[in-house]
Design a protein around this ligand. Structure first.
Ligand code: CA
Length: 229
């Protein structure tokens, strides 16, 4: 549930905003003093802050500036004075939106939702997603080193996984057993191309419905193997 802090000294306005936001399933707290509002904004975790400009103690201009020094939580500034809104826009204090009072509570809720989803997208885009190869019913998570066949997870040894991933990442290309061996095994490892054959057999048993009639790893007679796209 998204948590919203309202810093507003007019209780009737704060209550109205709170009621409407709670109806939209937000968790809301209000604070009517500037200094306490600032402390609360910085010390607790909020998904969004609604900030009035004219407040006792410390005003919204200062609060916005101080929050931005430490957090990038979305901030919507509200004020009865359009001049003040123009002023704070001009100052570039980093607020995300501005609303002139009086405004309709449903308009506020709509803007809150829009800013929350925009922020969510920004945060999401910063997270690197896992590198996944998906071919028909086969799903390989290269980052987590896990494999699923038609939704069922299968266990692979390190070399089996490396070999499967190597072929699946280069579909529709034929590799000789020699090439595969050189790509998957260290130059000085003991073994030969027969090792490749053994591993291919093990992999097929795990990913193919019928390993004598493989749908993923095809044998190209006299050449090697090819992963079918
Ligand atoms: Ca006020």
């Amino acid at each position: 549930m998204s948590r919203i802090l309202i810093i507003e000294d007019e209780d009737s306005i704060a209550d109205l905003e709170k009621d409407y936001l709670e109806l939209s399933d937000f968790e809301v707290e209000t604070e009517n003093d500037g200094q306490r509002g600032l402390s609360k904004a910085i010390e607790d975790d909020w998904n969004l802050i609604i900030l009035d400009l004219m407040l006792p103690g410390i005003d919204g201009f200062e609060i916005c500036k101080k929050i931005r020094e430490v957090k990038n939580t979305p901030i919507i500034i509200v004020s009865a004075k359009k001049d003040d809104i123009d002023k704070i826009r001009g100052l570039g204090l980093g607020a995300d939106d501005y609303m002139t009072k009086p405004f309709s509570p449903s308009e506020l809720v709509a803007r809150v939702k829009a800013h929350l989803s925009r922020y969510e997208r920004l945060v999401q885009s910063g997270i690197k997603s896992n590198d996944i190869v998906e071919i028909r019913g086969l799903k390989i998570d290269k980052t987590a080193r896990r494999v699923w066949v038609n939704g069922e997870e299968k266990q692979f040894t390190t070399k089996e996984f490396d070999l499967l991933t190597f072929l699946a990442s280069n579909p529709d290309r034929v590799f000789s057993k020699d090439e595969i061996f050189r790509n998957i095994w260290d130059m000085d490892s003991i073994g030969d191309i027969a090792t490749v054959t053994v591993h291919i057999k093990k992999i097929r048993e795990k990913i193919e419905v019928d390993s004598s009639n493989p749908q993923y790893i095809e044998t190209i007679w006299g050449v090697g193997y090819r992963f079918r796209m």
